[in-house]
Design a protein around this ligand. Structure first.
Ligand code: TUI
Length: 315
């Protein structure tokens, strides 16, 4: 396939795996890249040495481009930004903040920089700072989110910037990929749908919870604290939302989510942990390997577009 993003990143399919903290390690990233998409290693809250090891391991497993995602609230973000340059990573994505201060260093190193944004204003700012593309991430996504839905955000970002746009949030199958193209995107980024792939090394309990989830099973905690996070509903979200509604202090609320993602991903504690997933979790009902999954997405996307053509043009 050929889009502005497959050209920019030198990949076969315009399908990018989201940089999910604690989840997206070198196994998953290299499997997605080997399948012809773009795999991404998530730095999440990890330290710079850990990220360097992950990058080195990915290079052993795959000779195609892969990316690294920096979560900008990470206290070691400065060091990780440098590790990415030192290790010759080809693509960097950023989340949960403004990456402007690293832009010059990354551009000088020839790295493709793709900030994740949740608003038109942020997309325009990133274009002005020299971003090569943006991921426009709708509020359907798992984890740290913005306010606007993918359906509304993507076409508005597409109209506001001249760089390629990658759609994210609520995409789980080939119909979603086709829809993203209809909105003017040049690629998709998917997170939740990769959680249940065989190469995703998270606890089985996490995978089971995603597979069992229905459309209405996500909750957003932290709307009042300024850090809204979407997770699958469980004991933690119930307690958190009760406390949040009753005006609990920031400290009290933070205690409930402290280390919560690790608890869910590593220990499999899906009741007390933060089981981050997007609203599309309800559509994810099976597991497969990344290669089969990417191939399925492309086939479904083509079939969808053929059906829509019949509606539009008759026959
Ligand atoms: O970053 C994400 N999603 C994430 S990060 C994450 S790790 C985490 N763990 C525990 C608690 C909280 C986070 C889990 N999921 N998505 C990309 C994204 N970025 N969505 C929204 C934004 C964003 C928000 C504000 C980007 C920029 C921004 O502007 C900040 C500024 O400084 O103007």
């Amino acid at each position: 396939m050929n889009t502005a993003i497959t050209e920019l990143l030198d990949i076969q399919y315009p399908i990018i795996q989201g940089g999910m903290a604690w989840v997206a390690d070198y196994h998953l990233a290299s499997a997605v890249s080997n399948a012809g998409g773009l795999g991404i290693i998530a730095a999440g809250g990890a330290n710079a040495d850990f990220v360097r090891e992950q990058i080195k391991n990915a290079k052993q497993l795959c000779d195609k481009p892969f990316g690294v995602n920096i979560m900008l609230m990470n206290p070691e973000a400065d060091k990780i930004a440098e590790v990415i340059v030192e290790e010759g990573v080809k693509v960097v994505t950023t989340g949960a903040g403004n990456p402007s201060k690293y832009m010059e260093m990354w551009k000088n190193a020839g790295i493709k920089v793709i900030p994740v944004v949740a608003s038109v204003a942020m997309a325009k700012m990133m274009e002005r700072c020299g971003a090569d593309a943006v991921v426009a991430e709708g509020t359907e996504s798992g984890g740290h989110i913005g306010e606007t839905t993918t359906m509304s955000l993507v076409p508005q970002v597409v109209d506001a910037v001249s760089i390629p746009v990658i759609a994210a949030g609520g995409i789980g199958d080939g119909r979603g990929v086709a829809a993203a193209f209809m909105l003017g995107a040049d690629a998709v980024q998917m997170g939740t749908a990769f959680l249940t792939t065989n190469e995703c090394n998270i606890h089985e309990n996490y995978k089971k919870k995603v597979i069992r989830a229905k459309d209405i099973d996500t909750k957003v905690t932290g709307r009042t604290t300024g850090h809204p996070v979407r997770t699958l509903r469980n004991k933690m979200t119930k307690e958190y939302l009760e406390k949040e509604n009753n005006g609990a202090s920031l400290e009290e609320l933070e205690l409930l989510t402290l280390g919560g993602l690790r608890k869910a991903v590593v220990e499999g504690d899906t009741e007390n942990g933060s089981v981050m997933a997007g609203q599309i979790a309800g559509l994810i009902n099976s597991s497969s390997n990344c290669e089969e999954f990417v191939r399925r997405l492309v086939t479904e996307m083509k079939d969808t577009i053929t059906s829509v053509e019949k509606i539009a043009f008759g026959q």
